[in-house]
Ligand binder design. Sequence first.
Ligand code: 8OZ
Length: 371
Amino acid sequence: MPDPVPETEAQRQDAPLDLFTPIHVGPYTLANRAVMAPMTRNRSPKGNAPGDMNVEYYRQRAQAGLIITEGSQVSPQGCGYPGTPGIYNAEQVTAWRRVTDTIHAADGRIFLQLWHVGRISHPSLQPDGAPPVAPSAIRPEGDTVTVEGRQPFVTPRALETDELPGIVEQYRLGASNALEAGFDGVEIHGANGYLLDQFLRDGSNRRTDAYGGSPDNRARLLLEVTDAVAGVWGAARVGVRLSPVNSFNSMADSNPDETFPFVAGRLDDYDLAYLHVVEWDVADASNTYDKERMRRAFTGTYMVNSGYNLESANAALAAGAADLVSFGKPFIANPDLVERFAKGALLNEPDPSTFYGGDEKGYTDYPFLGG
Ligand code: 8OZ
């Protein structure tokens, strides 16, 4: 029997892309393409700043090709839930610095997600008990989680046109604080029914000024925020997250196949680190959109998210449907997800009862391979 032919560099390059193929993102080379998705965990109650438990949670997951932090509000007004971390004051910068130092000591990479919830807040979480702000005074359906338990959403106050530069300024400050805190980059949360998404989709944006109406106008605030954040970081270290059809938080758009390829096309002009797309509607799997059209609209690094596993992620990468795949629940339950994927090992099952709030249980106590 002939000796097996040694694998050459050329053969490796011919092999289909998979999660273990390194990739350049902005100035960085990520060791793998399995990204830890941004996930709200409501475990930073003290000063809305990360504490020891949060440092440990991220440390455990440093083998992700890239960690994207949970959404971190850019201002007190941007806060929508109890115990979410912020990135608007010195105490938070110092606290996040412990997280970034820890990830870098483990050779990981970490972006902070910049977040403003807009109407998905409640007066009890707002400065001076004010109503939350939004593009239009349209109340989301249902109720929300406050410090005093579940309460109905309130009708938000529509932002005046001359207040929008102040919103952009909140993102600029958050971006600048994230730079000071030692992150590798930032992701702008433009998805899942929060403020920037509320402007993008016409179900929540009925404005008649330059920020409502056409897709061009509805994208204006997101693009102004992107300009401001890229001004701080350089576009190559800025990602943007979108969710064309997610109805979470009472969201809808009359024509997502028009709106979102348009937005992706405008973002394509920036040379961003990546575009991150939440593909599903968590409430309705049949609610979908033209994924190929969306993919074609953006020529840069494209990250997908929505229930991927090892096989479907590798298939998406091999087909060129994505360059990166982010994993949410699998990273909650498997701190060593990348190693488990590499070994084809079984995965721990996540416990939904410990997703939001609480202590180490369901947060930092999921077992690693080998116990
Ligand atoms: C679930 C609960 C609270 C927040 C998102 C930031 O969907 C969230 C979120 C999800 O982007």
